[in-house]
Design a protein around this ligand. Structure first.
Ligand SMILES: *Cc1c(COP(=O)(O)O)cnc(C)c1O
Length: 432
């Protein structure tokens, strides 16, 4: 199985090449060249997720150097549960936040780290993961890579725009994992990372590795849990579920569409956005017009120019086909607050602000079609966002053990301004 670029001007390559390159040489994103026919067995819904993921991902790794290691990688990466909780007769919640940093990004980051660690270094240069984070990516990547002693990690995050506990999760991993607090927005951080990848100087010094959600090594395991969830739901409830996905850079949303394309039982899909309306605007007007990101309560979704939309358009070249299946809406901070309060009062459930965007839209769907079943994708544990959630529910949130452990470690980060030179002055240590 080969991977090609969404822009069609890069040579097809194997998955491990696509993983190591991150972005395709023509600036596009890697996508599977074709969709392998997969004989989906109903029994798969009984498997542990790591076993299920191995089955679903195997066709993408045939003849790849990682083929024989795939099972072991899945087993090691996915050593935590993926619960599907019933809320009412037509609503369930899939909890993707039981990994080491309590957000879905653990799936992709852990899988990616193990894949890269298992591959031989392509050159004698030091390998460095360079990543921009709007909140959760950095922590997941730091936690996933900090054991890979051959690989350095540098994380850029917008200073003051991520939650204190998110910040903790990306600043406690010791010397090889460096965190930089950038005086700017997530988009500024992402721009800096992009220019480093394009810079001659950086290329000479480092073998740079991209761990943002453009990396297909993150997207494939996300496709697998969407497939797993759809299959399990259909077996349990005998209904085709729709998915409502909290969306920022469109990784999870692309992943659910890929899972559907593979033939898994997935019905309509709703992308839930916060006040960053680039994607909802596209659905309304047909015009793709990236915006400057604005900060909201759901900070990991504060993305004004969502990269993975290119993969969605590649899968659905005809806008009419896309719109038949997918819709996208924006949810305000006020709606997020009300949904968190409502969820606690009505169901006794506590949602993180990201999950609340999806839950708000689930409630709105009731008026449209009460027979459609929906799975709400819960992307992070609410305890990561206690400064937002606790005042709303007027109660302390119990802290999961892995978060507690991180909170007790000493943290370190360096402040830099939002230009590449500023980062270079910290990373390119000149020996005199
Ligand atoms: C990253 C993130 C999102 C957005 O996911 P995308 O795949 O970038 O659309 C939503 N919720 C949480 C908690 C996140 O960390």
């Amino acid at each position: 199985m080969k991977f090609v670029s969404t822009r069609g001007k890069s040579p097809a390559c194997l998955v491990s090449d696509a993983i190591q390159q991150g972005l395709a040489p023509d600036g596009g994103l890697f996508v599977p060249e074709s969709w392998p026919p997969l004989e989906i067995s109903p029994g798969w819904s009984q498997l542990k997720f790591s076993e299920f993921a191995t089955k679903v991902l195997t066709p993408f790794f045939t003849v790849d150097p990682l083929e024989s290691k795939l099972g072991e990688i899945c087993k090691q990466a996915f050593n935590f549960p993926v619960p599907l909780e019933k809320l009412d007769d037509t609503t369930s919640v899939v909890e993707l936040f039981h990994g080491p940093t309590n957000a879905f990004k653990d799936f992709g980051a852990r899988f990616l780290a193990l894949c890269i660690d298992a591959l031989p270094a392509p050159s004698a240069k030091e390998r460095m993961v360079l990543v921009a984070t709007s909140g959760d990516t950095g922590g997941a990547v730091a936690a996933a890579f900090h054991d890979c002693t051959k690989i350095a990690v540098s994380i850029l995050y917008p200073k003051g725009l991520i939650s204190p506990r998110q910040e903790k999760q990306l600043t406690v991993w010791g010397n090889r994992v460096k965190a930089f607090a950038v005086d700017g927005s997530f988009d500024d951080c992402q721009k800096m990372v992009k220019s480093a990848f394009l810079s001659e100087k950086w290329q000479q010094k480092f073998q740079l590795i991209s761990a943002n959600s453009i990396n297909v090594g993150r997207l494939l395991p996300q496709m697998a849990y969407m497939a797993y969830t759809g299959l399990r739901y259909q077996q349990l409830r005998q209904h085709l579920p729709g998915f409502i996905v909290p969306s920022g850079n469109i990784g999870n949303s692309a992943a659910v569409l890929w899972a559907r394309r593979m033939g898994f039982p997935i019905g309509p899909v709703i992308f839930a956005h916060n006040a960053n309306t680039t994607v909802p605007n596209y659905f309304q007007t047909g015009v793709w017009s990236p915006q400057t990101s604005i900060s909201t309560l759901a900070n990991a979704m504060d993305v004004g120019a969502p990269s993975n939309f290119e993969r969605v358009l590649h899968l659905f070249p005809k806008p009419a086909e896309l719109k038949k299946l997918v819709s996208a809406y924006s949810v305000s901070d006020e709606q997020i607050r009300l949904t968190i309060i409502d969820g606690f009062q009505k169901w006794g459930k506590i949602y993180c602000p990201h999950t609340a965007t999806a839950m708000a839209l689930r409630e709105m769907q009731r008026a449209k079609d009460e027979n459609q079943h929906w799975i709400v994708v819960a992307t992070a544990h609410p305890a990561k966002f206690e400064t937002i959630v606790e005042p709303l529910i007027k109660q302390k949130i119990e802290i999961p053990a892995n978060l507690e452990a991180v909170l007790n470690k000493p943290s370190a980060s360096e402040d830099i301004s939002s230009d590449l030179q500023s980062l270079e002055s910290k990373i390119f240590v000149t020996k005199s």
